[in-house]
Write a protein that binds this ligand. Structure first.
Ligand code: NAD
Length: 358
């Protein structure tokens, strides 16, 4: 297969590319605008492969997308390019509207025009796989608020996004669905929980806490730190996405999760205790924890029911949270240069996404 991947220089996209090049004979065209979150250093091994092509293209640029489709003639698209950080979407939503909504629309139209030129057989086997988030569903009842068995997000859960980020992703999911219904364009959607692992840009909770801890800085916890997320190791997600694009049914949505519900404070304490054993010092890393004002509109709990992925596609996560977190911390310990290079002077792990009232 020839797979066109958007956002392949980002955290999850680069894991998908590494997975495909190492485990299949498929070729990959990576379409990426290289924003602050896109780093070709995450793909240094891919450059050595004859099955890898890079196109430095913005998904809002229709002319360039047409050229890319006509040059590389993909059998499938995996669409990951997005603005992805909730805090940045609170400070500046415009780029989220542009890339996540206008960009997805532009990509859908370029892909559909190309698809229309294919033979009937090629048209039938073509796939447009849109990668989305569980945040489109809003938040679930927290154990504080509900007794008994807690509800999970299923593929039937109604959309109720809370942040500019999740609202823009929800919009893009709706566009994809409409292109399927209206034009018969062969789409599949996946909605996944929080990912963690190597090559994660250090604005997100886990890499930020690891790096701040090592530098002796504060470990900021939003609110009381009792928000619950369902964590999935990024390589498990990459495997799931490849299964969906190759074996998933057109028109279906698949929820992907890690069966790892953890409060943010638990995650931070786990990082601290692993660091206490790997890089011991005179004091405990947990002494660096500080509590800061909560994120505006912060969702309290996300949790995914991924039984459809398990029952229909035979996928389950391989990594436990404990093993995945240890691997992640070990990766950051030996890849400090990557961390320095991607931060590039423009972002120094400062607080983002606070609303300043005048
Ligand atoms: P990321 O921010 O690490 O990477 C995004 C990539 O998209 C970067 O390489 C960036 O350069 C590229 N990009 C941004 N705007 C672009 C544009 N206009 N044109 C072309 N490329 C552009 O994101 P990620 O964490 O790897 O997430 C990938 C996808 O998975 C996103 O769609 C996100 O919504 C979704 N997702 C992420 C998570 C998570 O926990 N990170 C969970 C579920 C779903």
């Amino acid at each position: 297969m020839k797979i066109l991947i958007t956002g392949g220089a980002g955290f999850i996209g680069s894991a998908v590319i590494r997975h495909i090049l190492s485990n299949t004979q498929d070729s990959v065209t990576n379409v990426d605008a290289l924003t602050y979150a896109g780093n070709l250093e995450s793909l240094s091994n891919a450059d050595e492969s004859e099955r890898y092509y890079f196109e430095h293209v913005d998904i809002c640029n229709r002319t360039e997308l047409d050229r890319v489709f006509n040059t590389h003639k993909p059998d499938a698209v995996m669409h990951l390019a997005a603005e992805s950080h909730v805090d940045r979407s609170i400070t500046g939503p415009a780029e989220f509207i542009q890339t996540n909504i206008v960009g997805t629309y532009t990509l859908l139209e370029a892909a559909r025009e190309y698809w229309n030129t294919l033979s009937n057989d090629a048209k039938k086997s073509f796939r447009f796989h849109h990668i989305s988030t569980d945040e489109v569903y809003g938040d679930l009842p927290h154990p504080d608020e509900q007794e008994g068995e807690l509800t999970l997000f299923t593929e039937e859960t109604s959309y109720a996004p809370s942040s500019p980020y999740s609202a823009s992703k929800a919009s893009s999911d709706h566009l994809v669905r409409a292109w399927l219904r209206t034009y018969g364009f062969p789409t599949i959607v996946t909605n996944c929980s929080n990912n963690y692992g190597p090559y994660h840009f250090p604005e997100k909770l886990i890499p930020l806490v690891i790096l701040n801890a090592l530098e002796g800085k504060d470990l900021p916890i939003y609110g009381k730190g009792d928000q619950i997320r369902d964590w999935l190791y990024v390589e498990d997600h990459a495997r799931a996405l490849y299964k969906v694009v190759t074996e998933g049914i057109v028109g279906e949505t698949y929820n992907i999760g890690g069966h790892n519900e953890k409060q943010n404070i638990e995650v931070v304490k786990s990082i601290c205790s692993i660091l206490d054993t790997l890089v011991p010092k005179d004091s405990l890393y947990s002494e660096q924890i500080t509590f800061v004002a909560d994120r505006p509109g912060h969702d309290r709990r996300y949790a995914i029911d991924s039984s459809k992925m398990q029952n229909e596609l035979g996928w389950t996560p391989e990594e436990t949270f404990e093993s995945g977190l240890r691997k992640t911390i070990e990766w950051y310990l030996v890849n400090q240069l990557w961390c320095e290079n991607v931060q590039n002077g423009s972002y120094q792990r400062e607080r983002l996404g606070e609303i300043k009232h005048k």
